[in-house]
Design a protein around this ligand. Structure first.
Ligand SMILES: N[C@@H](CCC(=O)N[C@@H](CS)C(=O)NCC(=O)O)C(=O)O
Length: 243
C-alpha cells in the first residue's frame, strides 16, 4: 500500500481519495484483504483537488473514491464505493488473487446472499451512520440538530439489532462462516457506530463480530482507526452519549 503522486508511469491500480473518508476506506480495506498493491492519491477534504481537470475527467460527481484499473488494457474507471468494491473483487479473482475469489465467489447463490447484504448496508446502514458521524464529529455542539441525531441513532440501533439476529444464524460473518464482500459496506461503518457517543442497544453477536474484525490487520489498520482528528472545534469527544 503506497501513497504517491507525480509518477511518470501510472500505477496498475490507482485509488483516488483521502484515507479518512469511509467510502475510500472500503476499497482500501478490500485491497488489503485481497493482497493487491495499489497507489493512492490524496484528494478531497483538506487536500482539495476534486475540481481539477484531471479528477473531473475521471468522475463527473466531484466525489471520492475513484478507482483506475490499468491491469486489463485501456484504463477502467470506477466510481461509487460499492461498484469499486465489486470491480476489485471480480477483477482480483480474474487476476489470480485467491482471496478475491473467496470474498466474491463464482456461484450465483453465494453471490446473491452476499450482494443483498452489501446493497442493504449501502441503502440503509450508511445513511444512518453518516448522519451521526457528520452531526457529531463535523458539527460544533451548539449547532447539532439533536432531533435528527436521535432519529438516526434509533434507526442505527434498530438496524444493528437486525444484524445481531442475522449474525446469530449465519455462522460468524454476514453471508456465512467466512468474510465476504457482504461484510465490507456494513463493517466499514461499524467502527463509527461502535465508538460514536450514542446510546446503543445490547447486540452481543454484533459486538463479537466487531471484536473478531479488529483482530484482522486490514480492518485494524484501515477501518478501526482514530477519527477524532476530524472533529471540528466545539465537537470534542463527549464522555457521555449525546443522543
Ligand atoms: N455514494 C458515494 C458517496 C461518496 C462520498 O460521499 N464521498 C465523500 C467522502 S466520504 C466525498 O467525496 N466528499 C468530498 C470530500 O471528501 O472532499 C460512494 O459510495 O462512493
Amino acid at each position: 500500500m503506497t501513497a504517491k503522486t507525480g509518477e511518470t508511469t501510472p500505477a496498475a491500480l490507482t485509488l483516488w481519495g483521502r484515507a479518512t473518508s469511509v467510502n475510500v476506506q472500503k476499497p482500501m480495506w478490500l485491497m488489503a484483504e485481497i493482497g493487491v498493491e495499489y497507489e493512492r492519491i490524496d484528494v478531497g477534504g483538506p487536500f482539495g483537488g476534486l475540481d481539477s481537470a484531471e479528477f473531473t475527467a475521471l468522475s463527473p460527481h466531484g466525489q471520492i473514491p475513484v478507482l483506475v484499473d490499468r491491469r486489463f488494457g485501456p484504463p477502467i474507471v470506477v466510481w461509487e464505493s460499492a461498484a469499486v468494491m465489486r470491480h476489485l473483487a471480480e477483477a482480483g479473482g480474474r487476476a489470480g488473487f485467491a482471496a478475491a475469489t473467496q470474498l466474491w465467489p463464482q456461484q450465483l447463490a453465494a453471490r446473491a446472499t452476499i450482494d443483498r447484504w452489501a446493497e442493504w448496508a449501502q441503502a440503509n446502514w450508511y445513511p444512518a451512520i453518516a448522519t451521526l458521524f457528520v452531526g457529531i464529529v463535523r458539527a460544533p455542539a451548539p449547532e447539532r440538530k439533536l432531533d435528527a441525531l436521535k432519529t438516526a441513532a434509533e434507526t442505527a440501533g434498530r438496524l444493528a439489532q437486525t444484524i445481531d439476529a442475522a449474525l446469530g444464524q449465519s455462522g460468524g460473518f454476514l453471508a456465512g462462516p467466512a468474510l465476504t464482500l457482504a461484510d465490507f459496506p456494513f463493517a466499514a461503518l461499524l467502527h463509527r457506530y461502535m465508538t460514536l457517543e450514542i446510546g446503543r442497544p445490547e447486540t452481543p453477536m454484533l459486538s463479537r463480530y466487531y471484536e473478531t474484525l479488529k483482530t484482522r490487520a486490514p480492518y485494524a489498520e484501515v477501518i478501526a482507526v482514530d477519527y477524532d482528528p476530524m472533529r471540528v472545534p466545539g465537537a470534542e469527544r463527549s464522555a457521555t452519549p449525546i443522543v
